[in-house]
Each structure stands twice: as C-alpha cells, then as structure tokens.
Design a protein around this ligand. Structure first.
Ligand code: ADP
Ligand code: MG
Length: 292
C-alpha cells in the first residue's frame, strides 16, 4: 500500500499541537492533513487563531507537534534529532516571519544580512558574494544592497527578508503573512516576487495568510478552520471558444483518511443539518439529508 503523501515534498497527517497555558489546553492544530508537491506554490488561508502560524513553525522546525505525522523532504519532524533539526533549519527550509522587522538585523546592510546565513553554513566567500548578488537581483533590490533596514520601505524589507531566507538554497520557503503589514499595491509586488522565485529558482513556496484575496494569486489554496484542513480551491486557466482565456476556480471539500469531511456552515444552515444526517450511496455520488 502506498504511504500518505508519497513522493510529495511535504506531508502532514492528523497533525496535532496542543499548547498548555496554565490550566487551559489550547488545541491549535486538531488533526490537520496537508500535502504539498515539490515545486508548488500554495496558500494556506484561515481566520486569525485558526492555527496557521503554529503549522508554519512546526514545518520550519522551530516548534514540535504534539502528535500526528509530519514529513518534509526526507525529514520526519517528529523524530529528528537535535543535530538534524539544526541541519534541517539551515539547509532545507527558509522562513519569513510574520513581523517584517523580526526578519532583519538593524545594524547590517541588505547584502550583509543575505551573507550571514551562508557564513554560518560555511559557504566559501566567493560563492557567498555570487549568491548575494544573484538573490538581491532576483528580488529586485540589487540597488539597495548597501542599505540598512531603516533605509528600506516595507516592501523592500520584505524582499530582502525573502533573499535572506533563500541564501542557503532551501527546498522550501515558508512565509507567514508576508504581506500582512503592506498596502495592496506593495502586497501585489511582494507576491510577484514570490511567484518569480518559485518559477525561476524552483523553490517550493508555502504562504500563510488571513487575506482571502491572496487565493487569487496562486494555483492552489488550502483553507484551515479550527486547526483542521477544511477545503481547497484549485485554479486553472482555460481557453474559451472565442479564444479568450479565463480562470476557473473550483472548490473542494477535503476528506481525511478516516473519511471525515467538513460540511460548510451555509450548507448546514440551509438544510438545518444538525448532529445526525442521513447518508446514502448513489451510483456516482453520495447524498446527505437532514434527519427528519
Ligand atoms: P493563526 O496564525 O492562524 O492566527 P496561531 O497558530 O497563532 O493562529 O494560533 C492558534 C491558536 O493557538 C490560537 O488560539 C492561539 O491563541 C493559540 N496559541 C498559539 N501559540 C500559543 C502559545 N505559545 N501558547 C498558548 N496558546 C497559543
Ligand atoms: Mg499567525
């Protein structure tokens, strides 16, 4: 039998993270499933408090899950040793944090910040200089290489933060609300930059956001609600009979391996579905009826 998420770059199954704050238990993730293929650019959307940052900290190797399974590349995030975790964070993943400023070091210039993670990883000086120039160029901030964070706009700071995250050529880039502090036009630019690195450098990109408008910018959006994956929207471009192209977006409910799905609230309310429903198997579909 094939394993869940075989061949995928990222596979999370029934992922649980419980925070203990005093006597109170907070279930930030309650059995989340997520599969991301190599080379994809995916958005994870969800309301504030739905568990997005928790998911990214786990995937970035900063936080550890309470239960479930999580694999990125060849690393099992639940059983990896401390030394492997350091290696993983240094070489496999790049992480852009939610607060733009927390990604940057006030007293370093843009090129010094990109250089730093490579120095830590022991990359030779010549290679460091080459990669720094290439990355700042790819992200459209080559002209600001000698500037400090305070001399950069919010959008420029975010581009530099992305360059820093890509310095050690990670397989995957995680970005937590990368456009949360930016205006609409600047957000669109930063998104463009993320799409460019996804396409040109082949790095897999996972973006977390509470902004539903972001889904229009990527091919696949995964929605999480209450710490669980609830639906997915896939987008593709189709050509109409008149030759014009348009984008088709289709929404799917996500079913876990035990067969659980979440019925959207408006569907439940429309038919007054409560605790018990009637399921019936038809030749090519399943019906759900109220228990009346
Ligand atoms: P999001 O990023 O989607 O806004 P988070 O992952 O930050 O959501 O938080 C999910 C839930 O977990 C929230 O209820 C939040 O209050 C709680 N939570 C997050 N971090 C901690 C923590 N360190 N201790 C206790 N509760 C936490
Ligand atoms: Mg968050």
């Amino acid at each position: 039998m094939s394993e869940f998420g075989d061949g995928a770059l990222i596979a999370c199954e029934s992922l649980v993270r419980i925070y203990q704050s005093g006597p109170v238990e907070v279930q930030a993730l309650q059995g989340l499933d997520l599969v991301v293929e190599r080379g994809e650019m995916v958005a994870v959307v969800g309301a504030s408090g739905s568990g997005k940052s928790t998911l990214l900290s786990i995937l970035a190797g900063i936080d550890a899950p309470t239960a479930g399974r999580a694999r990125v590349d060849r690393w099992d995030l639940l059983s990896m040793s401390r030394a492997d975790r350091v290696r993983y964070r240094r070489h496999t993943v790049g992480f852009v944090r939610q607060q733009t400023a927390s990604n940057l070091i006030p007293y370093l210039t843009a090129s010094e910040m990109v250089d730093l993670p490579m120095t830590t990883a022991g990359v030779p000086a010549r290679e460091r200089r080459r990669r720094t120039t290439d990355l700042l160029g790819s992200l459209g901030v080559a002209d600001f290489a000698a500037r400090h964070p305070s001399q950069l706009s919010g959008g420029q700071q975010m581009r530099v933060a992305i360059a820093v995250a890509l310095a050690n050529q990670p397989e995957v880039l995680f970005a937590d609300e990368p456009t949360g502090e930016l205006d609409t036009a600047t957000s669109a630019e930063v998104f463009g930059a993320l799409r460019d690195v996804n396409r040109d450098l082949g790095v897999t990109v996972v973006i977390v956001t509470h902004d539903p408008a972001v889904s229009g910018q990527v091919e696949r959006t995964v929605a999480i609600r209450d710490g669980r994956t609830s639906s997915e929207v896939l987008r593709r471009t189709a050509t109409a009979d008149d030759g014009g192209t348009h984008v088709i977006a289709e929404e799917y409910a996500v079913m876990d391996r035990a067969g659980r799905i979440q019925v959207p609230r408006d569907y439940r309310e429309a038919l007054e579905l409560t605790r018990r429903v009637r399921l019936a198997l038809e030749p090519d579909h399943i019906t759900i009826r109220p228990d009346a």
